[in-house]
Design a binder for this molecule. Structure first.
Ligand SMILES: [Fe+2]
Ligand SMILES: [Fe+2]
Length: 279
């Protein structure tokens, strides 16, 4: 089984991000994956979101297309009456209309491989204690003049800590529901499951914002389940080679923000943003 993974296409951030989609589709067509996984952050606009999913219909119809929502996908307008919970459910519906499967809705078994997933969230467990920054400061999502924009656009009904734990529980439930039917499990999330994948710079405010990368509890679920072989995730826009954490191979393959990318470089860059592996 050939699996291709990417994330963080962010088509509502720059015109270049919008343009890269066709190059990602072309790159995926060349690879001919059996499974394509997009680990979130396509666009906060549902119109753009659907258009981008539909662009991947060009792929061979045998290819299973999987998605997990990212924090930008569940962003809602401040004045909107829609909550992020509701948008998460809408994303599941839009995915199925666009021939994608939203792993945040339910797991899927392909051949004898289980795919589970969740957006995941953060509970500040990736913060560095040495800065002695109180939890309330993380809850405010402000550091100096810098802000983590979920505070403005992610509208959940509970605290970050409760939310992270809710998504961890949902993931555990998914794993438990399929583990007797599969030979291995691949988990896709948007937020990071392992602190080992977080890039710390030893300075603020950068390290402050690392508290919003993910939660340790996610990764503990993987490490406690011997069937979990791969952790696919997005959210960090840093590219790094696959990493081994315990028995799990951690892979992220983000596009990121393309403020400085020339059009000429896009086809090649799109190929770099699709990591392919075989199982
Ligand atoms: Fe992102
Ligand atoms: Fe993100």
């Amino acid at each position: 089984m050939r699996i291709a993974v990417t994330s963080d296409i962010h088509t509502d951030v720059t015109p270049t991000n919008r343009r890269i989609v066709e190059h990602l589709v072309n790159a995926a067509e060349e690879i001919q994956p059996d499974v394509l996984v997009i680990c979130g952050d396509i666009s906060a606009s549902l119109v753009q979101f659907s258009q981008n999913l539909l662009a991947f219909q060009k792929l061979n119809s045998q290819c299973h297309k999987l998605f997990v929502a990212g924090n930008h996908d569940i962003w809602v307008d401040k004045k909107s009456i829609i909550t992020s919970e509701q948008k998460y459910l809408t994303i599941t519906e839009i995915c199925s209309e666009c021939d994608f499967h939203h792993l945040g809705g339910k797991p899927i078994i392909i051949d004898d491989v289980g795919f589970c997933g969740t957006i995941g969230w953060y509970d500040y467990s990736f913060r560095q204690e040495r800065y002695k920054i109180p939890i309330e400061r993380y809850e405010s999502k402000w550091y100096g003049n810098s802000i983590w924009n979920d505070v403005n656009y992610a509208k959940w009904s509970c605290s970050d800590i409760k939310l992270a734990h809710r998504f961890e529980t949902e993931l555990q439930t998914q794993i438990d529901s399929i583990k007797n039917q599969v030979s291995q499990i691949i988990v896709a999330t948007h937020h990071l499951p392992f602190q080992e994948s977080v890039i710390y710079k030893g300075s603020l405010p950068w390290d402050f914002f690392n508290a919003f990368m993910g939660s340790k509890g996610l990764g503990e679920i993987y490490l406690n389940e011997p069937l979990v072989t791969f952790a696919l995730f997005g959210h960090t826009h840093f590219k790094r080679p696959p990493q081994k954490v315990g028995g799990v191979t951690a892979i992220s393959s983000p596009v990121g923000y393309l403020f400085k990318m020339s059009k000429r470089k896009l086809p090649r860059y799109a190929k770099e943003c699709l990591t392919v592996f075989e199982i």
